[in-house]
Every structure is written in C-alpha cells, then in structure tokens.
Ligand binder design. Structure first.
Ligand SMILES: [Zn+2]
Length: 284
C-alpha cells in the first residue's frame, strides 16, 4: 500500500532524539465503533464516545474489563446521547475523574438519569455548537461542529408509562486541535451536509474520523464526499461492522476515496496511530 510506504519513509526521515520525539507525539487509538482516545504530547488523554464494551473492541473480549487498560482519562467528549456513544462514560468518569465535554442538555440528563458525577459534568467544558473551548491549559482546543442526526439519552429510571429516551440536546461533531500535534475531526453520527465545507475552510484537518456504516448515518460514498468537504489529509473510517445494521466493511469507502485522491487508512480496533507534530509517523 502506497501510504504504508509513506509512513516508513517518514520514520526514516524524521528520526529525532527519542526523548524529544516522544514529547511531541500525539497518539490516536481506536476502540472500535466511534470510540477513540487521543493522548497529547503533554500526556493528557481525551476519550471520545467511549462505548468501550462494544463487540469490536479486543479489550472487551474473553471476560476482560474494557476499562482495565485506561490508566488515565482527563476529558470525555460526547458527540451525542445515543447509547452506542455515551457507552461507558459514567463508569470511566467514576474511575478516572475525567471532565465531561458535551452540550448542556446531555450533560444535565446524564447527571440526573444515569448518575454521571455532577462535579465532572458542571464545568466550563460544557459547550454548544459553534463554540471553541481550551482544555489542558491550552494544549487542546475543541470546537463543537454541527451534525445532522438526532440525540436522546437513555433513561434507566423511566417508569412504565414514561418514555425511555430523554432529550439529549443537538448532536455534534468535534474538531480537536492539539498544540504541536494534529488537528482531528470526529464526525459523530452525522449525515453528509454541504456546510461540512465550512469546517474544511476554517480548520486544517490532518485526520478525519468519519462514520461510514450507513443506515443511521453516512453511506460510504457520502462519507468520502465528507472527507473531501472537510479537506482532510487522511480519512479513517469508524462506526461500521459493530452491528447488523451497519455491517458493511470499509472497501467501498476506500474505493471512493481513491477516486477522489484522498489518503485512506483503516485502523483495526485496538490500534494506535502516532503523530509527531502534524506528521503521521506510525501506523500499526
Ligand atoms: Zn451511533
């Protein structure tokens, strides 16, 4: 694969001193479905849509505790309230003390209905679409971007006559800018929309993590169109292969990206890719 050769070339070209190189590395790990962690050069850990117990996650198999490998999480980012995105957020928050980053309606209902730790959900990291916040003493800037989808939050306390889904605010995506690191776009579960071009105009996206499973979100052809709209340097598929409704593989997405001449990389669940500055240096 041409892109694999490119990575090898970059590793050879940019050896650096190990200590300094490590300090400038950003690691992006996929747990399957829409769940990713981002570890910054400063060592802060952001967890996005942490459904860690999803069936694709190798850390969740054979009776393993999917939270077992999480030594540290500083922030939990939720694109919307659906169960396959909120996932294990409450358990992670309790275990790690992580601060919640999402819209106020979702945050409020997670506290009230799912007992998310209130102190971690009532900070100035609660935000709305169009806003940008700084995290980790300014090392990370998070922008909340629009998404065309729905958002509700499961209410395990609902009585027999009450709806089991409460309001979850508007669904969103995130653009995550890392100082001395890449700019990452996570699409959430959005459909393709033409204004994705605005995201591409406003940010220089290094890697776009795009939902491609169809049925509830973008079909692969439109996900490739989204990659083009946000002008990403690299497109990585997510939100596929985890349930029968979104069973398709990434082949169609890859083929369409090839036609559009956009770089593609398919991560395996559990895999980490590493950036040094804004250069992808290691995949696998
Ligand atoms: Zn979803």
């Amino acid at each position: 694969m041409a892109i694999a050769k490119l990575f090898v070339a970059l590793v050879v070209l940019l050896p650096g001193s190990p200590g300094r190189a490590e300090a400038q590395e950003t690691r992006v790990r996929w747990f399957g479905h829409a769940a990713f962690s981002v570890t910054t050069p400063g060592g802060k850990v952001l967890l996005i849509d942490p459904w860690l117990s999803n069936p694709s996650n190798p850390e969740a198999r054979d009776g393993k505790d999917p939270l077992g490998s999480l030594a540290r999480v500083d922030y939990i980012l939720l694109t919307h309230g659906h169960r396959d995105h909120v996932g294990d957020a409450v358990a992670v928050a309790r275990k790690t003390g992580a601060v919640l980053v999402c819209n106020p309606e979702l945050a409020g209902n997670l506290v009230k209905l799912q007992d998310f730790p209130a102190k971690q959900a009532e900070t100035d990291a609660i935000m709305g679409i169009g806003g940008e916040i700084q995290l980790a003493d300014g090392e990370v800037t998070v922008a909340m971007t629009p998404a065309v989808h729905s958002s509700s939050v499961f209410n395990p306390k609902a009585g027999a006559d009450e709806p089991e889904r409460a309001y979850g605010g508007n669904p969103a995506g995130f653009v995550i800018r890392i100082r001395n690191g890449p700019t990452i776009y996570h699409s959430g579960d959005t459909a393709y929309f033409k204004d994705m071009e605005t995201i591409g105009e406003n940010y220089s996206i290094d890697v776009a993590l795009l939902n491609i499973g169809g049925h509830f979100g973008m079909e692969p052809r439109m996900a490739a169109k989204a990659a083009q709209a946000v002008r990403t340097k690299l497109a990585v598929p997510q939100h596929f292969g985890t349930s029968p409704g979104i069973a398709q593989d990434a082949g169609g997405f890859a083929a369409e990206l090839k036609r559009l001449r956009i770089d593609f990389y398919e991560m395996r669940p559990g895999e980490t890719i590493t950036y040094r500055g804004r250069q992808l240096i290691k995949a696998k």
